[in-house]
Ligand binder design. Structure first.
Ligand SMILES: Cc1cc2nc3c(=O)[nH]c(=O)nc-3n(C[C@H](O)[C@H](O)[C@H](O)COP(=O)(O)O)c2cc1C
Length: 354
């Protein structure tokens, strides 16, 4: 029995956000001294050349990353790297500090291995995040920066929000994600309209002296034609990749009483839908895809890779499976790749598309 399976029932008695803060506090403590950080790495890191992959001009030690929202303020990037994740996406970062929605705003759906959140872009803002990154230094794995707008911003102000956060934090980033798919922020206008996307990406390209790869994160709830339209638009705008997907507003087939809570659903019930979106996009374009939604095992990560994802990310699966999550997924991935005769992750990407 792992330590986490003993601790989890206790942690799950706490309100979900309190448990998350406690967990992050432990990770922050663990990364604060060299011996504790090295201790974490000794137990949890798993290295294997089969798992290495290069995308966006960056080398990833393995394809299993932490999804946006877990480390919004870049407080535990070193601990997450020591736990064996191959990359960490921080944020969503907004230009100024923002409270987000009223608590409670994060709910476990235990029977469904899922969560519902309506955090609403809470965070300390870009200046705090910049200081944090400067103070801690960058971790040894690639960092993605997920950028967002203030909840109160108009369409015009939103462009300026993205520009400011990009300007401030892209120097630290191996890639930047424009998040136009959050279901929990007020919708004053259509964030994914072609005109708005064009304005965002043209503005960011003007700022992009270092040529940092820029990706867009999409939701799982649009019909296939709309997804493909969006992909065509962003590809035409020179975007470097797609993160698919964000959380869903669907609630089909859930058992937990917390299914009644409003917000975005993540975890196991999202898995098939997000893989379907990945498959659809991969069948339509060669843009690299970061697959996210319900990854909680080697099998679920492998399925997304075979459907066309170059990299995968997770949040909810980490909460349910604990600190050994990345190690176990990576170990299992090597076994699955070997079983199927692939010499590297690269060879397995999109294997199910033919
Ligand atoms: C509590 C919570 C907060 C999140 N915050 C963000 C966020 O700030 N920005 C973002 O792009 N996605 C955010 N997400 C979405 C995740 O990055 C991911 O797309 C989604 O949870 C599906 O992955 P999962 O099933 O592995 O959790 C959040 C998810 C959760 C559960």
């Amino acid at each position: 029995m792992s330590i986490y399976s003993r601790i989890r029932p206790l942690a799950f008695r706490l309100p979900a956000e309190t448990a998350h803060e406690l967990g992050k506090g432990l990770l922050r403590t663990a990364q604060s001294t060299r011996p504790t950080k090295a201790g974490l790495a000794a137990v949890y890191q798993y290295e294997n050349p089969t798992l290495e992959i290069e995308r966006f001009g960056t080398r990833f030690p393995n394809p299993v990353g932490v999804a946006a929202g877990f480390d919004k303020n870049a407080e535990v990037t070193h601990a997450l790297s020591a736990l064996g994740f191959g990359f960490v996406e921080i944020g969503t970062v907004t230009p100024y500090p923002q409270q987000g929605n009223r608590r409670p705003r994060l709910f476990r759906l235990r029977e469904d291995e899922a969560m519902v959140n309506r955090m609403g872009f809470n965070g300390y803002g870009m200046d705090h995040v910049k200081e944090q990154l400067q103070r801690d230094g960058l971790p040894p794995v690639p960092i993605g920066v997920n950028v967002g707008k203030m909840n109160t911003s108009s369409q015009r102000e939103a462009i300026e929000d993205y520009r400011r956060v990009f300007d401030r934090l892209s120097p630290f980033a191996d890639y930047v994600v424009v998040n136009v798919s959050c279901p929990n922020t007020p919708e004053e206008f259509d964030e994914s309209s072609p005109e708005h996307l064009r304005e965002i990406f043209e503005t960011l390209e003007d700022e992009n002296e270092r040529d940092v790869p820029i990706l867009v994160k999409i939701g799982p709830d649009s019909p296939t034609e709309s997804v493909l339209e969006l992909v065509d638009i962003v590809e035409g705008l020179g975007v470097d990749g797609i993160v698919a997907t964000n959380t869903t507003t669907e609630r089909d087939g859930l058992e937990s009483p917390n299914r009644e809570e409003w917000g975005g659903l993540s975890g196991a019930p999202l898995e098939d839908r997000s893989t379907e979106v990945i498959r659809t996009i991969a069948g339509h374009t060669d843009l690299p895809i970061v697959g996210v939604g319900g990854v909680d095992s080697a099998e679920s990560a492998y399925e997304k890779i075979r459907a066309g994802a170059s990299l995968v990310q997770l949040y909810t699966g980490f909460v349910y499976n604990g600190p050994a999550t990345a190690r176990e997924i990576n170990r299992g991935l090597v076994e699955l790749l070997t079983r199927d005769g692939f010499r590297s992750v690269e060879e397995a990407i999109g294997a199910d598309l033919e």
